[in-house]
Design a binder for this molecule. Structure first.
Ligand code: B12
Ligand code: SF4
Length: 638
């Protein structure tokens, strides 16, 4: 058996950066224990440090939708070309032929763009993706159909990835195995589902040795997990679809990992449970606490928990004594009727109040998650949620209002039974509405805003508690434009966004498109003039900022070229050949030269250190538009 394959596992922006990513560290520990040379890259943290100050804010959780927007992610990438090149070099210098990406909603576009570049420069590389967003009920098929992706691992990767690598080593290609979808001779072959990992206690511990903890926002924290799947089966949640059977690690196994990691990283004093429910097995959590107390292990820990009657004052005090410093509860609604229709069978609003109070009294920080506009939630139910928060304010340290309000995820009970919930058939995950039209995306948005307002009044903070969501007008604009085809409301949203928040290529493009439909071409042109004139993008009207897509031609003059522009033999110019130029100057894009001429790129040709760009129309005059004059490449707006 040959074990000479090297693999790089990568986490791209955006993900939390309090500590190194658990997913690739866990898989890394597993592969290393089987003898594979494994290299782990947290490009999420890397790009945070490389990002200009203007971009750093996008790591805030209130900006997660930025990373779901392909054009914004590409814009980010264009702004950080040098760092992208170094990151690629860093990965490829390890000699890894297989590159695995961890995929969640917020890393997808980055993953795909990086895969494209890897394949362009290292065509023999093998790209494999795994993680929640690579599952079939999210975008698995979309990902495997991407020309740069060779295989996806469905659901848990702990057994599928090593087996896939084993086959690759042995046979030089992937085999059809459970848990893997692969491409072979242009066909997509689905190996079907794999049984979930039988015993979590047998998995090797996460290996964090590739990461410099001091570069994270909490250098004293590491992540750990206690379980897979959930003891509950809420109708809107896909946890049980993804991880299937509920399994948990024993208290002893968790304790052993804490001892192992703290011996390796003595500066670590906090462990975050990165799973959906840390109190699924009361026996395991009790055993864990007792071992920590008995052995005098002085650490803090916390994570997400479910409200259940077993969360007694006695247990909570034990947990506190063992170092539990926070618990984040999915309460979701202050209405029993809504809780019932969510299939939350373990608690009522009354029990939620008691558990929050007992948690607070045990001196554990209490966080509460809330959703808005669940299909059965009436205005009255929503008022009950506001009342619940007000009544229990004294027990709550922070809240986390869902910034997507209520999402209808494929393969969930809610998705598969829309009429039972009065939801229109084939619901859009974000923009779904009820048949009576009383529950729509803007209505859910409004409830979220009212909730935030109450929290601000109650001086209750938390992720997502804002006076106005930063991308509010883009989100609403998108809803009216894409979903409702209501160009009048969309126009108002994009206009508000441009005037309030300044230049955004997407908002300007959509605003102009609305103007065209509504026969307001002059208004659209006025905004183009404000935002796109003279090679500069004003951030807001009146405030000038350098355009990020300004290039200049090469300086070369001879019998064929004048200042980098072709003489009469062709309509072309050339620039230095770089990844930046190759990804920015692509066929179909339009370019405006210094004399105002606008041309479309019809083809490009790499010629050693030069990249020649051919344009439509008659030849250009290099003495007018050539070096040192600059030109702008438009991001899609003609
Ligand atoms: C902890 C957590 C967080 C933490 C992150 C903490 C941190 N360190 O940064 C916080 C609270 C910050 C967070 C935020 C968000 N989260 Co979150 N989060 C989780 C949670 C509970 C655990 C993630 C985890 O580490 N699991 C443990 C690891 C070991 O499991 P895993 O990542 O799934 O990895 C396994 C497999 O997926 C697979 N795998 C993973 N990567 C790879 C790569 C390869 C190559 C292969 C082969 C296999 C593979 O193998 C692994 C081992 O079996 C999951 C739910 C869950 N139960 O997993 C949601 C989850 C990942 N989050 C989710 C979402 C949507 C978000 C947010 C966008 C939510 C929001 N609206 O704000 C944000 C985005 C964050 C950002 N800044 O961009 C979704 C993702 C859904 C999707 N389609 O992508 C999940 C699945 C929850 C859900 N069901 O909705 N989250
Ligand atoms: S308790 Fe949380 S993780 Fe479990 S099914 Fe319900 S929503 Fe999902």
């Amino acid at each position: 058996m040959i074990r000479n394959n090297k693999i790089a596992l990568v986490m791209c922006p955006c993900w939390g950066r309090e500590s190194p990513p658990l997913s690739i560290s866990l898989l890394g520990g597993n592969l290393r224990s089987r003898g594979y040379e494994t290299h782990l890259f947290d490009l999420n943290n890397y790009f945070y440090h490389k990002a200009s100050s203007e971009y750093k804010k996008y790591w805030g959780q209130e900006y997660y939708s930025f990373w779901g927007n392909e054009s914004l992610v590409n814009e980010f990438i264009e702004h950080h070309e040098e760092s992208i090149e170094s990151a690629l070099r860093m990965i490829m210098d390890t000699g890894s032929k297989i590159i695995g990406f961890s995929t969640v909603f917020s890393t997808l576009h980055f993953n795909l763009e990086l895969s494209k570049r890897i394949k362009q420069f290292y065509p023999e590389s093998i790209i494999i993706m795994g993680g929640p967003h690579a599952s079939l009920f999210y975008s698995g098929m979309y990902i495997i159909n991407n020309q740069y992706v060779d295989a996806i691992v469905l659901h848990e990767g702990d057994e599928t990835l090593p087996q896939a690598l084993y086959d690759l080593n042995k046979n030089g290609q992937f085999s059809k195995i459970p848990g893997l979808i692969l491409k072979k001779n242009g066909d997509i072959i689905n190996g079907g589902m794999r049984e979930p990992v039988h015993s979590l206690n047998e998995l090797p511990f996460a290996d964090y040795s590739d990461f410099d903890l001091s570069t994270y926002s909490n250098p004293h924290r590491l992540d750990i997990f206690s379980s897979r799947s959930c003891i509950n089966h809420c109708h809107y949640c896909d946890e049980r679809n993804y991880f299937q059977r509920y399994r948990f690690r024993s208290g002893k196994n968790l304790y052993d990992e804490i001892v192992y990691q703290t011996a390796k990283y003595p500066s670590v004093n906090f462990f975050n449970f990165s799973d959906s429910v840390l109190n699924g097995s009361i026996d395991a959590i009790r055993e864990f606490c007792e071992l920590l107390i008995k052995n005098n292990i002085n650490i803090r820990w916390g994570g997400q928990a479910v409200i259940r009657k077993e969360m007694t004052s006695d247990l909570l005090h034990l947990m506190r004594k063992a170092g539990c410093s926070y618990l984040s509860y999915g309460v979701e609604s202050g209405s029993d009727k809504v809780l019932e229709s969510m299939n939350k069978k373990r608690f009522t609003v009354e029990l939620a109040s008691v558990v929050l109070k007992e948690t607070h009294n045990a001196n554990i920080n209490t966080y509460v998650n809330i959703m808005f506009g669940y299909p059965t939630e009436t205005e009255n139910d929503f008022l009950k949620t506001l009342y619940f928060i007000k009544q229990n304010r004294k027990w709550i340290d922070a809240v986390s209002p869902s910034q997507s309000f209520t999402i209808i995820v494929k393969n969930t009970y809610l998705h598969d039974h829309p009429t039972e919930f009065n939801v229109e058939p084939n619901p859009h995950h974000l923009y779904w509405k009820t048949i009576d039209g009383k529950n729509t995306y803007p209505i859910r948005f409004k409830r979220y805003e009212l909730f935030c307002k109450l929290c601000i009044d109650l001086e209750l903070t938390g992720v997502g508690v804002v006076s106005e969501k930063i991308d509010k007008w883009q989100l609403l604009g998108e809803y009216y434009y894409e979903n409702e085809k209501d160009y009048s409301n969309a126009l108002e949203c994009y206009k508000t966004d441009l005037l309030q928040n300044g230049y955004s290529p997407k908002s300007l493009e959509r605003f102009v498109a609305c103007c065209k439909v509504l026969d307001k071409v002059d208004e659209g042109q006025a905004f183009i003039n404000i935002f796109q004139l003279n090679k500069v993008h004003p951030k807001k009207p009146g405030e000038l900022l350098d355009c990020n897509q300004v290039y200049s031609t090469s300086k070369h003059t001879d019998e064929n070229w004048v200042n980098g522009v072709a003489r009469s033999w062709a309509t072309a110019f050339f620039v230095a050949n770089s990844i930046h130029a190759r990804s920015g100057l692509t066929v179909g894009k339009t370019i405006t030269f210094s004399d105002g001429t606008t041309r479309t790129i019809v083809s490009t040709k790499e010629d050693g250190e030069s990249l020649i760009i051919f344009l439509e129309g008659v030849p250009l005059d290099g003495t007018v538009v050539g070096y040192p004059k600059k030109f702008i490449v438009h991001s899609g707006i003609k």
